[in-house]
Design a protein around this ligand. Structure first.
Ligand SMILES: Cc1cc2nc3c(=O)[nH]c(=O)nc-3n(C[C@H](O)[C@H](O)[C@H](O)COP(=O)(O)O)c2cc1C
Length: 410
């Protein structure tokens, strides 16, 4: 459907100033802004607290987009995090071409702007309703502002490190070569301990075809047995490569319920290859855990006594998420890579991850951020207290190998 050209939109973002803004600098910024905003029919407000900004911009969609793209390029601020970007039925800020308040000023006498917006006792009283008002109040209380200013970093990496993981001599014969599939292993890195925490075994074709391509070739009735066999092969490769840390294995909830021997056969193989159950983290896909949540949780809980560890994979991608956590508390929760992507710029994702992290702290669950590809994603997640990472930024999967080193930010 074609959108009407006059559609009103509102954008709310937070950012942090790259330098101390003197009063003169703010005044000149506001002068330019107010003139340009008037021409573009833009209204809104800009709040400043220390080095943090929160700005509301509203107007016709094409004008707002144009302004936002200028503002995003402005090097007077960084960590620009969009919290709201949506159509609105009417403006919250009516005639204000850009109200401005410095929240450090206890009385609002010194406010610069062409309006008396902040001259009242309650500076937000004139905004009627809606999420923008709630956000302004949250900013005033410090919530968004702390998050953003914590994110001020030196540009780029101070340095990168290369670490070696310990390996024991091969503890198994080389796995047979006459199989049409194999495994790639991708490190999961602990930034707290500067070491490789675990390796995830990723199913691959012998020519590195994806797991989906491999599975597509297996008739659905044979998949449970295939799954059981391939877990054994992953353990076999890990043992042959001298695993001393942990191994993350993917298991499908449907396989656990349909073939009761699936987990016991992996445990038997692990014993044969001298891998302890406590070295194995079974990853359960969140999106697969919709049916029989209770039964699955009970089955998994029973395996706890063996020492096996559990992770919920792709958390945030499916629907089972919070219900699953209520029934079964895994040792680890892997954040879905779609939540991780561009996290430093996406306010709603940030709010979700903070909520998940709070829940995990309360339940004693460790978060693993997967699919981390950029330094900015890493920085944001690290600032939130996440310490286990997986992704191309650190190390790519390597076919039939446990890589001994990885690159990472310090
Ligand atoms: C925190 C902050 C808020 C800004 N708000 C506005 C604004 O509301 N309107 C505006 O025209 N420019 C604003 N600017 C300045 C723009 O980034 C940009 O410098 C200005 O619009 C000139 O754009 P141009 O160089 O693309 O012509 C703001 C800059 C900062 C750092």
């Amino acid at each position: 459907m074609k959108e009407p050209s006059h559609q009103l939109v509102q954008v709310v973002y937070c950012s942090s100033a790259t330098e101390e803004l003197t009063r003169e600098k703010v005044e000149s910024l506001l002068q330019i802004s107010q003139k340009r905003n008037e021409k573009l029919g833009i209204t809104g407000m800009l709040l400043c607290a220390g080095r943090s900004f929160l700005q509301v911009i509203e107007g016709e969609k094409k004008n707002v987009e144009k302004l936002i793209s200028s503002i995003e390029k402005d090097d007077r601020h960084r960590n620009i995090t969009i919290i709201i970007r949506e159509p609105i039925p009417e403006r919250s800020f009516g005639e204000w071409t850009m109200g401005y308040a410095d929240l450090k000023e206890v009385d609002f006498d010194t406010i610069v702007g062409i309006n008396d917006f902040f001259m009242q006792d309650e500076p937000f009283a004139r905004i009627d309703q809606g999420r923008a008002k709630k956000l302004l109040n949250l900013f005033k209380q410090g919530q968004w502002r702390d998050r953003i200013s914590n994110n001020i970093h030196q540009e780029g990496f101070a340095c990168r490190y290369r670490l070696n993981a310990d390996f024991s001599p091969a503890i198994a014969e080389k796995p047979p070569a006459n199989i049409s599939y194999s495994f790639a292993f991708q490190p999961i890195v602990s930034t707290a301990e500067c070491c490789i925490f675990s390796y995830e075994a990723l199913l691959r074709g012998t020519n590195e075809e994806s797991a989906i391509d491999v599975i597509k070739k297996i008739p659905s009735t044979e998949r449970p047995i295939f799954h059981q066999e391939n877990c054994v092969l992953a353990l076999h490769w890990a043992a042959y490569r001298g695993l001393t840390t942990r191994l993350n294995l993917n298991v499908l909830p449907s396989v656990i319920s349909s073939s009761p021997s699936a987990i016991p056969s992996s445990l038997e193989a692990a014993e044969r290859f001298h891998i302890f159950p406590k070295q194995i983290i079974l990853e359960i896909l969140e999106s697969e855990v919709i049916r029989s949540l209770r039964d699955l949780s009970a089955a998994l809980r029973d395996y706890r006594s063996t020492g096996l560890l559990f992770a919920i994979d792709d958390f945030g991608a499916g629907y089972a998420g919070l219900n699953l956590l209520a029934e079964f508390q895994p040792d680890f929760l892997k954040l879905d890579l779609r939540l991780v992507r561009d996290i430093e710029k996406k306010g709603p994702k940030q709010a979700i991850i903070r909520g998940i992290r709070r829940t995990c702290i309360d339940l004693g669950i460790e978060i693993i951020a997967e699919g981390v590809e950029t330094e900015n994603e890493f920085r944001w997640l690290h600032d939130e207290g996440i310490r286990l990472f997986q992704g191309h930024l650190f190390a790519k999967p390597a076919l039939e190998k446990l890589q001994s080193s990885f690159y990472g930010p310090v």
